[in-house]
Design a protein around this ligand. Sequence first.
Ligand SMILES: [Zn+2]
Length: 197
Amino acid sequence: MNRTPLNQMSAKREQALRDAGTYQPGSTFARPAPSPSQIGSSPGVRPEARARETRNPAPKPSRETGFTAAQRLLIRTRAGSGDPEQALCEACGIWLGRAGGQVHHRQNRQMGGSRRRNRVSNGALLCGTPEVGDHGEATRLAPRMKEMGFVLESWQKPEQEPFMLHGEQGGLLVWADDSGNYVDEDGNVLAAPERAA
Ligand SMILES: [Zn+2]
């Protein structure tokens, strides 16, 4: 008996099915993607396999900065004097907590090479976005932000350049190390500097 083989699936269709999560090798038919509740009750998926997927989602490209998540947390914790929930904008002192504001590169991305650029001492937690707020002012290289130490020249070393912490509320000149501390000129760690101010 002669059988007419099915046409090969087009690459475009296969990609569309893969994108929809319904690609079945050997089938040109789409299947509905399982709903989350179906996945949850599926006896075929071991719970630890599901947990692994949840714990290690695909890494999202960071549009914000080249800092790692761990570095951003160090900087946010520094800005909260040990508690990221209490993080304040390092320029103006407004409360940002765990999710507000963004980590800004004091020395901008074209300069210094990525190794220096992505050191914790080069990061500052600022309110706003690259367009608005203190982060916006720093991105636009506003003179005020240069004077406060949140914008550095290419020849400056971030760990050697202080910034005016919460400058608009009186301020305190601090240095930042690469371990997430505020330090003084001699490298002594400052504890809760805004309380000392
Ligand atoms: Zn601010």
